[in-house]
Design a binder for this molecule. Structure first.
Ligand SMILES: [Zn+2]
Length: 202
């Protein structure tokens, strides 16, 4: 009897499918699948059902690419959020980290990744064109580049800063990496709320 007969086909397929998730190698797949199978059947079904629901219902916001269950996310559709302030992040989860502070009153722009030449990810693979379009459309006052504080995040930030300064010389471009400079973010949030209180007075 060979290994092929011992190793269940459905198990192989489950492992292979998890391996397709970026950053999940074989070890990640093994950890996920075997531990899932250890759960009681009804618990396991709940996990699978929640993933199915998330997969079915979540999509990128048509405006900023933040994950949403509708067409437009709740940040973009909130009239109190100032569209002239755009905070650029790599992924939705980065925006949620900032959002958790409940201080930032601007909007977001999710790049859906970062420039990574070694992995073949170039600016064209990200939502850069749409960002430039939004800067123009909303007459942005400030773009806050909050990509991650690693080599690729820095390279992406440098690329964006140069591009925005070139296309929109009047727009202020600032760089924060919230991982390192949480304080800077708070300051920024205060700056934006201050701006709003000024606007409200007019
Ligand atoms: Zn949105």
């Amino acid at each position: 009897m060979g290994f092929e007969e011992v190793f269940p086909r459905t198990l192989k397929e489950a492992l292979d499918s998890i391996t397709k998730i970026p950053t999940y190698g074989e070890r990640g797949a093994v950890r996920f699948v075997y531990n899932l199978l250890k759960l009681a059947p009804e618990e396991r079904e709940k996990v699978i059902e929640s993933l199915r629901e998330a997969s079915r219902r979540l999509r990128p916001c048509k405006e900023c690419f933040l994950l949403t269950e509708g067409d437009i996310c709740s940040v973009c559709s909130d009239p109190r959020r100032m569209k002239q302030f755009i905070c650029v992040v790599e992924e939705s989860q980065d925006a949620y980290t900032i959002e958790r502070l409940e201080r930032y009153r601007g909007v977001y722009h999710v790049l859906q990744g970062r420039i990574a030449p070694l992995e073949g990810v170039s600016p064209e693979d990200l939502t850069v064109d749409r960002l430039l379009e939004r800067i123009g459309k909303y007459r942005a006052k400030e773009v806050i580049v909050a990509t991650n504080p690693n080599a690729e995040g820095e390279a992406t930030a440098n690329y964006l800063i140069r591009l925005i300064k070139d296309r929109f010389p009047k727009v202020k471009v600032s760089r924060i990496s919230y991982g390192l400079q949480f304080g800077a973010l708070i300051e920024l949030a205060d700056e934006v709320s201050l701006e709003k209180s000024f606007e409200n007075r007019k």
